[in-house]
Every structure is written in C-alpha cells, then in structure tokens.
Design a protein around this ligand. Sequence first.
Ligand code: GAP
Length: 540
Amino acid sequence: MDMDKLVSLCKRRGFLFQSSEIYGGLNGFWDYGPLGVELKRNVREAWWQDMVRGHDELDAPPGAPEPFEMVGLDCTIIMHPQVWKCSGHYDLFHDFMVDCRESKKRYRHDQVHGRWVEAKEQRIFVATQAGGEEGEADAQQRALKFFNLRSKDAERLAWQGPLVSLTEIHDFSNVLGPDAKELGTLTPPREFNLMFKTYVGALSGEEGAAFLRPETAQGIFVNFKNVCDSTRVRVPFGIAQMGKSFRNEITPRNFTFRSREFEQMEIEFFCHPKASPEWYKFWRDRRYQWYLDLGLAGERLRLRDHDADELSHYSCGTADIEYAFPFLPPGEFGELEGIAHRGDFDLRSHMEGKLVRQGDELVVETGEDGKPHHRGSGKDLTYRDDLTNERFTPHVIEPSAGADRATLAFLCQAYTEDEAPDEKGKMQTRVVMKFHPRIAPIKAAVFPLVKKDGMPEVAKKIYLALKKRFNVFYDEKGAVGRRYRRQDEAGTPYCITVDGQTLEDRTVTVRDRDSLKQWRVSVDECPDEIARLIENPGAS
Ligand code: GAP
C-alpha cells in the first residue's frame, strides 16, 4: 500500500489534519477530522468495552487462570512532580540526540544510520535517516555528491559493510550528517528528557515546576490504595485508564505513529507474585487476539518478546505487539502495544523511593548522604489477602497500547483498491476503507434511489430511526453509484437504499461494502439488521 495515498485520503475525507495547519502546522501534533474522531472514538470504546465494561468478573476469559475484576480510572495529566522522580522518568526518561551545526537539524542518535565508503583516497561515514534500501539509495546519492562524482561513476565508490547505527560510531570527524554537505558537523550525543515541563500556579521557578504525564500508568499506581479501599476488588484485578500523554519526541515522524501528544490505553493488572508469569502470558495472548478480532491481518501483526538488553529499567519481561506499517521498510514492524511484567517496581517505588537494580535485587537509590535519592510517599501500598491473611506487594502486568497508533494501523489495514461495477455494470477501480464494522466511523448510509416519488421522505424516516442507535449518514445528492463510492472511501460498511419496491412492500436494499452483495430487508427490521451485522459482520 502506498502511504502517500492514505495520507492524502485522510486529509481529503477528514480523517486527519495537521495541527494548526493554517499557520504551517506544528511538527508532531495532529487533529482528527469528522471521520477520524469517530474512528478513534470507536477504537477507544471497543477497548473500554472489551477490557472493562463488558468484562465478566464471574467467568474467566479463555486462557485466564481464574475470574478477575476490571475497573476504570481517569486521572489528571499534571501530577505531583515526585511521581515522576519515583517512577524513574525524571532521571531516566530521555533519548540521546545529536545536532547538526551546518543544517541546524536535530536527530535522535539511535535513528541515524550510515555506511562507510571510500573514494578518491578518502574514507567517510555517510549518515542517513532512512533505513533499508531507501537508506542505501540515499547514502549513495549523497556520497556521489560529496565526492563530486556522476551517477555513472557509482562503481568508484567502495562501500564497506552494510548500514549500521550511528551509535556504533565514536568519532564523528569523518561523518557526513544526514542533511550536511561537509564532514564533522554533528555534535556529540546529548541526553534530552522527553517530558514536557510546565509551571503550576504563580510560581515560575523550580518550586512550581511540574510535568505533563508521559504515560497514564503512574496515575493508576498512585491510586492503587484508593481503588482497593473504595471498591471491593480483590487481587487479581486490573485498573484501566485511557487518556492523553505527552512526550517531547526529538524526531516525531511517520504520520501519527510518533507524535508529541497522543493517547494511551493502559491496564495495570495486579496479581500475586507467584501467579504473575501465568498472567503475563494471558495478557500477551489476549491483547494480540484483540487486534486480530478487529481486523488486523495475521501476517502483518506479530508478537515479539524483548531481548534482555531491550527491557525497560523496571521490567522483568516484555513483549510487543507489532504491525508491519507500510511506511516502514519491507520486513520491519512498528510497536502498537507493549505488554510488560513490571514486578513490584512501581508500587514499591511509590512507597519507598526510586528503586535501582543491584544484581537481582531492587533497592532504594541513595545519595552520598545515604538518604533516598528520590523519597517515596511512605504510604503502605501492600495488599492483604483477607482469605489467606497473606500480605504482599502485588506484581503488575501492564498491557500498554496507543490509541493513535492502533487507529493508524486500522487505517493502513483498511485501505484497499479493488474493482466494483458502476451503474452500467462496468467494472471501475474504487478506493474502499475496509474497517471492521465495530470501528467504522459511519455504520450505515441511507439513500433514496431518486429524489422524488416520496422516496426521500421514507429514507429520512429510516435514517432518523437508525440515528438513535448508530452514527449514520443521509445522502440524496448525485447518482447512487457515486454515493456508494463516497461511502466506500469513508469505510461505511452498509448502505441502505429506498427504491420503487420500498413504496410497494416496505423493504429496502442493504448493500455490503466488501462483498457488494445486496439483499432486501423490511423497513421496520432495518435497525436490528444493522446491529446484528455490526456484531457479526460475516453474517450477511
Ligand atoms: N506505561 C508504559 C509505556 O508508556 P511505551 O511503550 O512507552 O510504554 C506504550 O508506550 C504505547 O504508547 C506504545 O506502544 C505506543 O502505542 C504508544 N506511544 C508511545 N509513544 C508514542 C508516541 N510518541 N506517539 C504515539 N504513540 C505512542
């Protein structure tokens, strides 16, 4: 699939716009248009329904060791600054960046690649931001330019080894930066904390400093005791939250994939330490299946266990659910969701103070004076099982998803070009967004075949009846074939047409977006038929 076509459809049909576009846009920020807002809302609602509201605490879902409860939470974006000191984000949530003195551009150190090449008795490292074949082609173009060679002299470039990460290069004096014409213009890598800083109240100094949350998870940990005390949840149970998170990404890119403002959908699942490996496996499999059930194709979706050196500072095991986004080089996957076994790191950090790993142990990090480097709340965040009387700090399994990334994956998966007959039966190429009906922005469109003979009146009545239950669209403008095409591009799974026969027998045609099959349904049964199809899309 050509990503440019999807990006242009998103703008043209109102899925996604660049934020503040009339002022030239703001890098890393995106707005959802009228169709996009419905799509993303449906993704979030599907997650909330499947993970929280629709969850049956009396019956264990397939693969779960036992029944469990799920509850929700909605915390603030700005929290006490100590939260981020104890969570590790204040000291550790950074990327390394390099600046280019010549182009004035800034890059994430680990996202720059390059190749060594020799020509005219000079050996240089040509850096590029692109990966795979695209990166190699870019390096070749820029090497030719640097050595003042023409394309036909490309064989005079002696390449040494494949593309490697800039992180493997220690001396930048022979590095040609990704947008530079001269050598040695990249600065040494520097740490850059990704949290957005702000000031609370009238205090503009460090006393008033606070941060926009870089993840929703910490709001759940600091409310663990409140939830236990105010509800009757018993371990094992999960707390879910969705909402905005902010990260001052050095190089936001790939449409909404890496944004500076985005939404997360996170679950913290609290369980007994001994049962945690089983729950980790359950959540990995369950979350993977969720994406499949909503239509992501198995061959483009994978579950990948992290290598030990990839694990976050808190994690004893993490798996990523990854999708083969079309903007990535062939064979590469991008993260949709991480499922992490966080052990008792977070609850203990908020009790005792920021923890660090010492061998196999997590211990409170201390300063030179022997006192905690970042003091915890001192509150008791342990749990007492009232049946066994055992007191312990629960271990946590965290399935952490991005609502915008999931929405982007559903957009990429949906984009299809195929052939459909026009009014005269002639096959025409059409663009169709094949969303799963549960997440489709518009569930059904209602058309009168022609704008006369009482058809619009009947169609409007059907539209109003459907509107009480679903997001539906009424259209009487233009040829019916054109109206179908517009709904195909919007991803509307069902189109309902009022025609001459409707006036005789009160039936309408329902057209399926993907199979193009049409069948007749009575006007009165239309809302139930659409509800049945959304839940069970194959049933038409
Ligand atoms: N609490 C754990 C946590 O935040 P993460 O892997 O940093 O883990 C979880 O983020 C998910 O949030 C990612 O899998 C991704 O879907 C989404 N996400 C993270 N950074 C993002 C960004 N800059 N833009 C869009 N989505 C992002």
